[in-house]
Structure formats: structure tokens, C-alpha cells
Write a protein that binds this ligand. Structure first.
Ligand code: 1CP
Length: 343
């Protein structure tokens, strides 16, 4: 499984970037222009595989992440989905819960069959790289289903879970079931690591977090481990703050993606549980570059040097990020000398 096996070799730190494929790359923009909408790209296996490999060809990164989106699950469940240029996702009406509960999820997943074909192509082409499949965590996917797109206030989703708690639990249940089936199919198709993105975990109170973040992520982890004990699982409960300590107590994952504001006990706790930490350069610093970026990268390498560490960002690459800042970042990491005690 490529470099993940050499995770103890500090002079060979594995690297990838969240949203490493996408608009900041000229070769992606060219392909997008030729091939049409973002969703058309996701559902065209040859092209989606090519896009997934673009950052690998350019930067020789260690991990390939499937090119798709977390919102293909609402789409598979019958919710209309469009991506509007410059605006983001727009979702249509949501089916009644009773109807959603009666759906045959295996049949729903056939609607997004191209995703598995993309993984099949990547499995053939991956060489020594490690292939990552992914889904959104139930709460984050539910957020988009209820908000019908990107939201700043998250008012609709917070109203929904606070006023219609039972309904929210039922929808979470549907999403965790289909997510497990979806990830199992991705593993069968070739994914070697799976990552579950809970991008909006940070908006919940402690009690809500236990119910809507910890429990569904734990369910997914346990179910995947039951069928595939050797598959590495990654979780990203973004902006959890101190709640992440409870998260790793209950979700026995292999890899934890961390943002910038993690509690100071996390490194010790991760070590105790043999969890690899993945992160955590800010995409804004990557965008700005220069000496500030260089200093921060070295600080991160030093900070995580006593842990198993995969270098990554704290969130996705921003569309205006200069390509040379990515080259520079990789260069700094690959030339960093760990035995020097300064940061
Ligand atoms: O215009 C374009 O070309 C589309 C932009 C784009 C891209 C490149 C979107 C729309 N999604 C993606 C790909 C994507 N999304 C990947 C591909 C693999 C890679 O990392 O290279 C992944 C893993 C995602 C996951 C995803 N989609 C998340 C979780 C991670 C995160 O960034 O927090 C979320 C929240 C989404 C929703 C989404 N997809 C796209 C947009 C604009 C949004 C909304 C984001 C928001 O609400 O702020």
C-alpha cells in the first residue's frame, strides 16, 4: 500500500492535499471546458480517472483520491443535484422519509455506478500510489440535503435537528446505511483507504455532536472494519475542537485528519491509540506562500515529528492557489531534516 507502510520513516513523509484535483490546476480547467459540467466529469469514468491522476503526474503525491463529490449520495437517493459555476451545489426537493426508508439502497447506488468504474481504472493505473475512496459523513450530507446547498448560518439544519429530532435521527440512519454500502462498493472496486468527511461537525453542541457526529461515524467505522479489517479508515470531524478527544475514544480509526485548532492532548492520545495524524497546513497560507508558508510547514513537521504523520492541509486547496506554492511545499517537506531539533 505504497508509502503508508513506511509511515515510520521520517525522511519519507507521505503527502497529499485535500481537494488536490480541481480548478487551481490549468490541466483541470482545460478538461472541464471540454467535457462540460462538474457532475458530468464525475460520472465520466475515463475523465474522472484522468482528473484524479493530474495532481499525481504533476507533483508525484503519494495518494490518489477518487474524483467525485460527497453529494452524489443525495443524488443516488433521488434528490436533484446541480453544481452552479461560482455558487456551489443546489439540491432539489427531498423525498418523504417514509419513501426514503423504503428505497433499495443497492439499487440507488447503481445510479452512481460510474464512480466505481473510475476506481476500477485508477486501480489499474495507480502503480505504487495509495488509492483513497470517500464519502461525506451522515451529518454533513444531511446538512446539504436540508439546506439545499451551501449555507453560512446553517439555520435550516439546526432548526431541523432541534425541532424534528426524531426525523433527523431517521435521516441519519438512512445516510449511515447507504454510506456503509457505498464505501464497501468503493473498496471492492479498488479503494485501499477510505475517508469520511464531516466538514460541518463543528457547528453542533456537545450533546448534538455525540448523537449526530460520533455515533454515525462510529457506525461507519465499525461496519467497514467488520467486513474489511485491513482497510485503513480516515475521519475528518472538522472544527471539533476539544470534542475530537471524545471522537477518537469512540471511533477507532486509523487516520485522523486535523484542522488548525486541535487540543494539545491530541498528539499524545493519538500516539496511545496508534492513530496517524493527517494535516494541517491552512489553505489560506498555501495560497499566500512566501516565507510565512515556509516557516509554517517546518513548524508542522516539527510539531508532528513524534507522531505518525501524513502531511496535508486543514481543508481543501483554494481555487486561486498558485501551483508553484504546492511545488514549494513538497520541496520543503522532502528536504526537511528531522534530526535538527529546531523548527
Ligand atoms: O467547479 C468545479 O470544478 C467543482 C468544484 C468541486 C470539486 C473539484 C466541488 C464542488 N467538489 C469537488 C471535488 C471534491 N469534493 C473532492 C474530490 C477529490 C479531491 O480532493 O481532489 C472531494 C473529496 C470533495 C468533498 C466535498 N464536497 C466536501 C468535503 C470536504 C470539504 O471540502 O469540506 C464537501 C463539503 C463538498 C461539497 C461541495 N462540493 C463542491 C462545492 C462547491 C461544495 C460546497 C462547499 C461548501 O459548502 O462550502
Amino acid at each position: 500500500m505504497g508509502k503508508i507502510l513506511r509511515i515510520n520513516d521520517k525522511n519519507n513523509i507521505p503527502i497529499w492535499f485535500m481537494r488536490q484535483a480541481g480548478r487551481y490546476l490549468p490541466e483541470y480547467r482545460r478538461l472541464r471546458e471540454k467535457k462540460g459540467s462538474f457532475l458530468e466529469l464525475c460520472f465520466d469514468p475515463e475523465t474522472a480517472a484522468e482528473v484524479s491522476l493530474q495532481p499525481i503526474k504533476r507533483f508525484d503525491l503519494d495518494f490518489i483520491i477518487l474524483f467525485s463529490d460527497i453529494l452524489v449520495i443525495p443524488y443516488a437517493l433521488g434528490q436533484d443535484l446541480q453544481f452552479i459555476e461560482g455558487e456551489g451545489p443546489i439540491l432539489g426537493d427531498l423525498m418523504d422519509l417514509e419513501k426514503l426508508e423504503k428505497l433499495n439502497f443497492d439499487k440507488c447506488l447503481k445510479k452512481i455506478n460510474p464512480v466505481f468504474e473510475t476506481l476500477g481504472i485508477l486501480k489499474q493505473k495507480k502503480k505504487s500510489k495509495t488509492l483513497i475512496g470517500f464519502c461525506g459523513a451522515p451529518f454533513t450530507v444531511m446538512n446539504y440535503m436540508i439546506e439545499r446547498g451551501t449555507s453560512v448560518s446553517h439555520k435550516k439544519i439546526l432548526d431541523f435537528i432541534r425541532r424534528h429530532e426524531r426525523k433527523a435521527e431517521r435521516l441519519i440512519h438512512i445516510l449511515q446505511e447507504i454510506s456503509v454500502l457505498y464505501l464497501r462498493k468503493q473498496i471492492k472496486a479498488g479503494a485501499e483507504i477510505i475517508k469520511v468527511f464531516d466538514s460541518w461537525a463543528g457547528i453542533l453542541s456537545e450533546k448534538e455532536y455525540e448523537k449526530f457526529v460520533i455515533l454515525p461515524n462510529k457506525y461507519i467505522n465499525d461496519e467497514i472494519k467488520k467486513s474489511y479489517p485491513n482497510i485503513k479508515t480516515t475521519f475528518f470531524p472538522r472544527q471539533s475542537g476539544r470534542k475530537v478527544l471524545k471522537f477518537i475514544e469512540q471511533v477507532q480509526c486509523d487516520i485522523l485528519s486535523v484542522d488548525e485548532k486541535y487540543p494539545k492532548e491530541l498528539k499524545k492520545e493519538a500516539k496511545k491509540r496508534d492513530i496517524i495524524l493527517q494535516g494541517n497546513l491552512s489553505p489560506e497560507i498555501l495560497l499566500t506562500g512566501g516565507s510565512k508558508m515556509e516557516k509554517k510547514i517546518k513548524e508542522i513537521l516539527f510539531d508532528f515529528s513524534k507522531n505518525k504523520h501524513i502531511f496535508n492541509l486543514s481543508h481543501g486547496v483554494l481555487p486561486k492557489t498558485p501551483v508553484h506554492n504546492i511545488n514549494k511545499t513538497i520541496d520543503i517537506i522532502r528536504n526537511y531534516e528531522f534530526n535538527k531539533s529546531t523548527s
